[in-house]
Design a protein around this ligand. Structure first.
Ligand code: SAM
Ligand code: SF4
Length: 340
């Protein structure tokens, strides 16, 4: 839909324009992926702290009409656990400057919801899946739900969500022997696979660089079986700004991506801003400070004041994360409470 407004771009000090908003709908999850959460003992955000649907709708409207946000990704925690998700999506889709709508999910419950989500206006979906082996899936996620995820993926495709992407985090000694298998499976099913380097954002603080499988290692493993042809950014269409570097698998139409946040940071082209489920705005996944939009909303602030707080938050964005520097400090919030 053509835009009705042309707001000033959401610009930071380094000239980066922010058009991509990621909203966490909940910090809760029905899996316990080992690289993300401990088996138990993680406290959830108190319910009253979570933004209501109305509050979310207002912030997204301000973001799209007042701040130039063009794409909205819903994530978590597990966003499919949010009650009334199709209605929320229908609300976002009916905004005058509706953003492109996508969802990042572990796929559990997607089989049941895919048609309703598509009908509500969802365009695309990313499903996280790190292994195709049921035993390994159970060990990695601490739940026996592989079949649900596979069903969810198939339903997403049938429902016409396009593309259906699969996110896989390789971990050394856990699933790093399965990278080519996952790739062949994704090619066969028409899912667009992206491997993600693991990041120091797990809730238990157990990330270990030695267990991270690097982009170089991923590409070397794939290169032993497939011929990979780099996809130029200019040819990546609407993925041109995405952090994934992409390769075409020779002899197929399939593309595989690698998101190398640690070994090949892409902060210089970052166009993202994040809103947590409890209404805190973050200018970076690794930010150590947040802007409290919930307090503004609940304190009766007008749209202009919220826009201004949003612009200040982005103006304060640093040049990039410092994972590879000696003075790196992890954010207090884990990935599951920020929204990955
Ligand atoms: N629950 C949903 C899911 O798993 O897709 C959405 C939230 S999850 C935090 C979003 C993405 O972050 C998933 O693809 C997951 O694999 C990834 N992720 C979680 N912890 C990570 C970590 N420590 N390093 C890299 N990626 C991580
Ligand atoms: Fe849940 Fe997603 Fe974290 Fe796995 S990665 S525990 S599915 S939030």
């Amino acid at each position: 839909m053509p835009r009705t407004t042309h707001p000033a771009p959401l610009l930071d000090r380094f000239g980066r324009v922010h058009t991509d908003l990621r909203v966490s709908l909940t910090d809760r999850c029905n899996l316990r992926c080992t690289y993300c959460m401990p088996a138990e003992g993680l406290d959830w955000l108190p319910k009253p702290d979570l933004l209501t649907d109305e509050e979310l709708m207002r912030l997204v409207r301000i973001a799209t009409t007042g701040l130039g946000i063009r794409s909205l990704r819903l994530t978590g925690g597990e966003p499919l656990l949010r009650r009334g998700l199709p209605d929320l999506i229908a609300g976002f889709a009916s905004l005058p400057d509706a953003p492109e709508l996508s969802l990042t999910t572990n796929g559990i419950g997607l089989a049941r919801q895919a048609d309703a989500l598509r009908a509500a206006g969802l365009h695309r979906v990313n499903v996280s899946l790190d292994t195709l082996r049921p035993e390994r899936f159970r060990a990695l996620t601490r739940r026996d739900r592989l079949a649900d995820v596979l069903d969810g993926l198939a339903a997403a495709k049938r429902a016409g969500l396009d593309p259906v992407k699969v996110n896989a985090v390789p971990v050394r000694g856990v699933n790093d022997d399965e990278l080519t298998e996952l790739t062949a499976w994704a090619v066969e099913h028409g899912y667009r696979l992206r491997f993600i380097e693991s990041m120091p954002l797990d809730a238990q603080g157990a990330w270990d660089r030695e267990r991270m499988v690097t982009a170089d290692e991923i590409l070397a493993a794939l290169g032993r079986v497939f011929t990979l042809e780099p996809v130029a950014r200019a040819d990546a269409g609407r993925d041109a700004n995405a952090p994934a570097e992409q390769w075409r698998i020779a002899g197929t139409d399939a593309v595989v991506g690698v998101i190398a946040s640690v070994t090949r940071p892409f902060c210089g082209g970052c166009d993202r801003v994040r809103l947590t489920a409890d209404g805190q705005l973050r200018n970076c996944l690794f930010a150590t400070e947040e802007s409290d939009l919930r307090a503004l909303l609940r304190g009766g602030a007008d749209d202009e004041a919220i826009e201004s707080a949003w612009r200040s938050c982005i103006a304060g964005k640093g040049p990039g994360h410092a994972i590879n520097s000696a003075d790196f400090r992890r954010p207090e919030r884990p990935m599951s409470a920020i929204g990955g």
